[in-house]
Design a protein around this ligand. Structure first.
Ligand code: NIG
Ligand code: FE
Length: 415
């Protein structure tokens, strides 16, 4: 039988409820529940109310009583990562900082292709282990749901190896891993044929297996000079749509073409957008596509941030994700990066927190998380603090002291 659990009191609980999916949010719109408790049953939230009230009404509940001041937020959602990979690209990073550009390194055979070579050499079991290790690190830092892309296999068999590894890693970690197929990351250098032939092969041979083995329901593509053009991707996305996959796009990282494709195909999200101009900003803001900023990629490459302020002011929905990958975004610290983006782009704390909670949930079409309210998963990031503003103010240096996933305490600093 599933027992009732009560946790609290939290000095402040930020439920992230009642906020709009799109557009700017001011801090004054945030609901703050003081001296709050959360009643949980079967991994889900039954009620959020004053702790004393919940305790009085549910004296039979197993009570987890917190000592000292704590702030509760929804578990963070990182809607864009590449944490399944082999090897390291520390040398690329050094080369970039010595003056070579990301695209020059890619053209010279480094970049994504280097990671493909190293990932192909890794066994599935090794990938399961390394993915779990990174997922557990993110979980400890408060991220309870992590999207993970393939895209370093770039053949039917090697993409399958990655996606099966992600599925096994999901079974082995308390975090939820949401897989995405990124077989369209670049045209593999060893493919004997055109981009059209490669994409045809992937959609006709790999897509049906993804469905059959329930490996993912999401298809991503990198639209860029070094990867695929919009005309090459159109039939690929068309096929994906016909098979009822959700679409997401690596868009406008260096040049602007991807966001239009994302809007035309009704993608769930368009991610990167560092190069987006007012035209792309307005296009995205007028659509249902979630615009996802990846500050970790700007920090890794040393380029400007996604125009997050302009996207929000134009009425767009903004998620913020880490893009954790061995090349452009090696840091992999969502909270730090979201806080830094907030400082540079002048985002309210409410907008930053929305970007890593319910707006990120929308980018993954996960309607059961990202808010603390009845019926939602009991996924929590808990901080030792009396003021939620301390969290972003510390720019990632204030880590959660506890993390709860599906109503279970999966990390407790004091234990
Ligand atoms: O999101 N932009 C393309 N793909 C990844 C980078 C992958 C890599 O450099 O290995 C990104 O930044
Ligand atoms: Fe990416």
């Amino acid at each position: 039988m599933n027992k009732l659990k009560l946790i609290g009191p939290f000095k402040q609980l930020i439920p992230m409820t009642g906020l709009s999916l799109k557009g700017a949010i001011s801090d004054s719109e945030l609901i703050i529940v003081e001296d709050a408790g959360i009643l949980i049953e079967a991994g889900k939230i039954v009620a959020v109310e004053k702790f004393n009230e919940l305790h009085r009404k549910n004296s039979q509940a197993e009570t987890f009583r917190l000592q000292g001041d704590h702030v509760a937020l929804p578990g963070f959602i990182d809607s864009h990562t590449h944490i399944c990979f082999g090897g390291s690209r520390a040398n690329d990073y050094a080369m970039r900082n010595s003056g070579k550009t990301y695209l020059e390194i890619a053209k010279a055979g480094g970049g994504i292709w280097d990671t493909v070579t190293q990932t192909r050499k890794a066994s599935k079991d090794a990938l399961v282990k390394s993915t779990m290790k990174l997922a557990n690190r993110h979980l400890k830092n408060g991220t309870t749901t992590i999207e993970v892309k393939s895209g370093y296999g770039l053949s039917v068999d090697e993409e399958l190896k990655m996606l099966r590894a992600i599925k096994e890693a999901n079974d082995g970690t308390d975090a939820d891993l949401a897989a995405t197929c990124l077989a369209a990351h670049m045209l593999p250098k060893d493919f004997d044929g055109s981009a059209k032939e490669y994409l045809n092969k992937i959609s006709s041979e790999l897509f049906p297996i993804l469905k059959r083995e329930k490996l993912t329901n999401r298809i991503d593509a990198f639209i860029e000079e070094s990867a695929f053009s919009e005309s090459q991707i159109a039939p690929y996305f068309q096929k994906a749509k016909e098979m009822n996959f959700d679409i997401t796009v690596h868009a406008d990282q260096f040049s602007t073409n991807g966001s239009k494709v994302a809007v035309d195909f009704g993608a769930v999200s368009a991610d990167h957008l560092e190069a987006s101009t007012q035209k792309e900003i307005d296009l995205l803001a007028g659509s249902e596509v979630i615009a996802t900023a990846l500050p970790g990629a700007s920090l890794g490459i040393g380029c400007g941030f996604t125009p997050a302020r302009q996207l929000l002011d134009a009425g767009g929905a903004l998620a913020i994700a880490s893009d954790h990958n061995p090349g452009s975004a090696p840091m992999g610290d969502l909270l730090t990066q979201a806080a830094i983006l907030g400082a540079f782009e002048k985002l309210s704390n409410a907008e930053v927190l929305a970007g890593i909670t319910f707006r990120a949930a929308a980018a993954l079409k996960l309607a059961d998380r990202g808010q603390l309210a009845e019926g939602f998963l009991a996924d929590l990031s808990i901080f030792h603090s009396s003021n939620y503003n301390e969290i972003l103010y510390n720019q990632g240096n204030l880590k959660p002291c506890m993390v709860m996933k599906n109503g279970e305490m999966v990390y407790n600093k004091h234990k």
